[in-house]
Design a protein around this ligand. Structure first.
Ligand code: G16
Length: 529
């Protein structure tokens, strides 16, 4: 324990800083994160001990944020986000003011979480391509070493690759081989099975946000082979740190709803954007009249849910309970389409993969996607064994069943994964023979707008009802409601971001003009605080 105090002295907490474990871990300006990294290293070891020595993952990334930011999040044994009840310990350690107080709190977590000191701790870690990554990883390693935690460095990975590795390790290889190559093999092989006798309708152009998704997508594509996967990659400069997520990437597509500058325009062709750590995916295309169309997480969720339903029926698997999990950002038209046309149930949860993932576990097959492109599909263990043991009654059933089986391998079930999701969409479009326009025409999105508002103190914006209503500041919700009431099919809400120092405002309504007007009016209301 004395070693911890000594090591911690090299990583002092910045005076006055207040840290909280947000939507996706700790995230802020990288120069404030040194002490947080050290303390997360301590926590990762504690978490592993608490879980009998199972391996815990630590990912150093700030995903969609600007290049100057960085962040860190913990990955639980099955590749899911850190259990919510442990976030309080993360915050407790991160906010300890002195090294001695840190040690006291470290010992307190031992007691509160009922941890046995003699259990060995195991941690694996990786980082994205941010410039600040190596130094922050060193702070993490200092803590792992000081606490005697066994650790392994996976270098540079996408966030979902680390989640995959963690699950592989803890399932002793049942989920796959716990290496980057194992990831390409599992996903690439499944893709080849699904594309047998099918072909892509021209190449897919991938905007990799100048992030880690670029080199990793290239490796995956190389594994699959040119004959099976036709793609072009743009915004793949990981050597110029300032370019990360700048005027490109999934968040840019969602908020700007236009092509990243410099993108070669080819009407009717498919385009996709990743975010900085490749856990989000957005599709888009330019119509022949030159209009931009966004195919967001809602469109991906509906595509996946309908395809899985089709495959299950064609396999003779009846009674599979498929459900779709969304957040308040889901376009109203998508929810109506899922419920009325696909006849599937939906659940609305607060923002954050941790919430959606948890809700999706309620179904045999839970499809969860945030509109911003973060999502995946979960197959319950019972569902997986039903698929594995089902006997096809005809060659057609067998073909569908093989596809369904391969789909469960293609999809990274630990967390939303841009690479795996992209291949899933490519497979579905190839099976259906759809262009992006045909996919888009399954339902028409209500015009929508997402804006970011800088405020003095985002913590005063408290919500209820899956973040659809503000309970504080007092009176603000009533004023938003009064505005919304003036627009046909109007809907709007404001909530504090858990990853950026800002409030997000979402609006949708019948027309583009009214939607933008509503968003600006709500933004102006919020900006008064
Ligand atoms: C993270 C979370 C997502 C969330 C996003 C924005 O994504 O994993 O679930 O939608 O932040 O959250 P907020 O609106 O609270 O800032 P990423 O891709 O940035 O890790």
């Amino acid at each position: 324990m004395a070693g911890i105090v000594e090591a911690s002295a090299q990583h002092p907490k910045p005076e006055g800083a207040l840290f909280s474990y947000g939507t996706a871990g700790f995230r802020m300006k990288a120069n404030l994160l040194d002490s947080v990294m050290f303390r997360v290293g301590l926590l990762a070891g504690l978490r592993s001990k608490r879980l009998g020595g199972q391996t815990i993952g630590v990912m150093v990334t700030a995903s969609h944020n600007v290049p100057e930011d960085n962040g860190v999040k913990l990955v639980d044994p099955m590749g899911e986000m850190l259990e919510a009840s442990w976030e309080q310990y993360a915050t407790l350690l991160a906010n300890s003011t002195t090294d001695e107080e840190l040690l006291e709190n470290y010992e307190l977590v031992f007691k509160k979480a009922n941890i046995r000191a003699d259990v060995p701790a195991n941690v694996v870690y990786a980082r994205d391509t941010r410039e600040s990554g190596p130094a922050l990883v060193q702070s993490l390693v200092d803590a792992l070493n000081a606490a005697g935690t066994k650790s392994q460095d996976y270098g540079i990975l996408t966030t979902p690759q680390l989640h995959y590795v963690v699950r592989c390790i803890n399932t002793k290889g049942a989920y796959g081989e716990p290496t980057e190559e194992g990831y390409y093999r599992k996903i690439g092989d499944a893709y080849r099975v699904l594309m047998k006798g099918k072909h892509q309708n021209g190449p897919i152009t991938i905007d990799a946000a100048n992030g880690v998704g670029a080199p990793k997508m290239k490796k995956l594509a190389e594994y699959i082979g040119k004959d099976h996967f036709d793609y072009k990659i743009i915004n793949d400069d990981v050597d110029t740190p300032s370019k990360l997520n700048h005027n490109c990437g999934a968040d840019y597509i969602k908020t700007q709803q236009r092509m990243p500058p410099g993108t070669p325009v080819q009407p009717g062709a498919r385009y996709a954007s990743f975010d900085g750590d490749a856990d989000r995916l957005m599709y888009f295309y330019i119509d022949f009249d030159n209009t931009f169309h966004m195919l967001d997480g809602d469109k991906i969720a509906t595509l996946a849910a309908s395809f899985i339903g089709d495959l299950a029926r064609a396999s003779g698997l009846n009674g599979l309970r498929i459900g779709v999990v969304q957040t308040a950002y889901a376009n109203g038209a998508s929810t109506a389409y899922i419920q009325k046309s696909l006849q599937l149930p939906t659940i609305c949860t607060p923002t954050g993969v941790k919430h959606l993932h948890h809700a999706a576990l309620k179904y045999d097959c839970g499809v969860y996607f945030e509109a911003n492109g973060h999502g995946t599909v979960l197959f319950s263990p019972a569902c997986l064994s039903t698929i594995a043991s089902h006997e096809a009654q005809s060659p057609a059933q067998k073909t569908a069943l093989d596809s369904l089986q391969a789909l469960t391998d293609l999809i990274n079930q630990t967390v939303g994964d841009a690479l795996s999701d992209l291949l899933m969409v490519e497979v579905i479009l190839a099976h259906k023979g759809w262009s992006p326009k045909e996919w888009d025409s399954t339902y028409t999105d209500l015009p929508n707008r997402l804006v970011r508002v800088e405020v003095n103190d985002r913590t005063i914006f408290q919500t209820t009802d899956a973040e659809r209503k503000l309970v504080s500041p007092e009176g603000l919700q009533e004023r938003i409601d009064a505005l919304v009431g003036k627009y046909k099919l109007g809907r709007a809400f404001a909530r504090a971001s858990g990853t950026e120092n800002a409030v997000r405002v979402y609006s949708e309504s019948q027309t583009r003009g009214e939607t933008d007007e509503l968003a600006m009016k709500v933004r102006d209301l919020v900006a008064q605080f």
